[in-house]
Design a protein around this ligand. Structure first.
Ligand SMILES: C[S@@+](CC[C@H](N)C(=O)[O-])C[C@H]1O[C@@H](n2cnc3c(N)ncnc32)[C@H](O)[C@@H]1O
Length: 239
C-alpha cells in the first residue's frame, strides 16, 4: 500500500476541477483519508471487527466503494475461517488495481463496477464506508433498497458517512473544528480550500435523520448510530 504523503492540492491550481478518484489520489490515498476523516483509524478496524463477527465462518461480505481495500483487510484480519468470502467493489479502476495489488488473501476478490450494478444476493454483511456521500442524492435510496433486498435474513449493513448537523450552529462549530484538525494534521489553508472546492459538487452530505429515516423506509428493521465524531458518523442497520 502507498505510503506517499498527500500533496494533491499543495500547489495553487488555476482552475479547480471536480474531485475524482484518479491515479494521483490513489497514490496518496491512505495518507489523504487518515488526515482528512476524523475517526477513520477507529471506524475501519471496528467495522472490520463487526463485519467479521457477523459474517461467521461461511459468511459473504461486500465492501462497497472499497478503494484500496482497507475495510476488506480489516475484515480478513478478524476472521480466520477459510470459507469467509469478501468482495470489494469500486468504480475507480486505479483503486481496484491498487486493492488487488495489496491483497494476498484468496478469500478476497475485487471487482471493478458501480455499486449500483452489483448482485448482492445472499450477502450476510454489506459495508459502505464513506461511499454513499459520493452517490448522487436521488440514487441513494435505490442503492439502499438493493442492499436490503440482497442481504440474507438477519443481514447487517454498515454505513459510515460525513454528515450535516441538523443545527446550523453546531454544524459550523464541528465544521470549523474539522478545518482546525486538518491544519493540525499538516494541511495548509490553500490545500484545505482547494480540496473543499473540488468536493463541493461531488460530495453532498445528509443529516443523521435523513440517514436513519431512509434506512427505515427501505425496510431495515432497526438501525443505530454506533460511532460519532463531530460531523462523522457510522450506522448499523439490520435487515
Ligand atoms: C472515500 S472512498 C472510500 C474509502 C474506503 N471505503 C475506505 O474506507 O478506505 C470512496 C470510494 O468510493 C468509490 N465510489 C464512489 N462512488 C462509487 C460508485 N457509484 N460505485 C463504486 N464505487 C464508488 C470511489 O471510487 C472511492 O474509491
Amino acid at each position: 500500500m502507498s505510503n506517499s504523503s498527500d500533496d494533491v492540492y499543495q500547489h495553487r491550481q488555476d482552475q479547480i476541477v471536480d474531485f475524482v478518484f484518479n491515479q494521483a489520489v490513489v497514490d496518496v490515498f491512505p495518507d489523504m483519508i487518515r488526515r482528512s476523516v476524523p475517526g477513520y483509524e477507529t471506524v475501519i478496524p471496528m467495522t472490520g471487527l463487526i463485519a467479521a463477527r457477523h459474517a461467521g465462518a461461511k459468511g459473504v461480505v461486500f465492501d462497497l466503494g472499497c478503494s484500496l481495500g482497507a475495510t476488506t483487510q480489516a475484515v480478513l484480519a478478524h476472521n480466520s475461517s477459510p470459507d469467509l468470502r469478501i468482495i470489494g467493489v469500486d468504480n475507480a479502476e486505479a483503486m481496484i488495481d491498487g486493492a488487488q495489488a495489496n491483497n494476498q488473501d484468496p478469500r478476497a476478490q475485487f471487482v471493478h463496477s458501480d455499486i449500483q450494478d452489483v448482485d448482492l444476493t445472499g450477502a450476510n454483511v454489506v459495508v459502505l464506508n464513506f461511499v454513499l456521500q459520493f452517490v448522487p442524492p436521488d440514487h441513494r435510496k435505490s442503492v439502499l433498497q438493493k442492499i436490503h433486498s440482497g442481504l440474507a435474513k438477519d443481514g447487517l449493513l454498515i454505513v459510515s458517512e460525513k454528515i450535516c448537523h441538523a443545527s446550523p450552529k453546531m454544524h459550523t462549530l464541528f465544521d470549523e473544528t474539522h478545518l482546525a484538525w486538518k491544519k493540525a494534521n499538516g494541511y495548509s489553508e490553500l490545500e484545505i480550500s482547494q480540496k473543499r472546492s473540488a468536493l463541493e459538487n461531488v460530495m453532498q452530505v445528509d443529516t443523521e435523520a435523513t440517514h436513519t429515516q431512509r434506512l427505515h423506509s427501505v425496510g431495515f428493521s432497526s438501525n443505530s448510530q454506533w460511532y460519532r465524531c463531530m460531523n462523522w458518523a457510522s450506522f448499523l442497520a439490520w435487515k
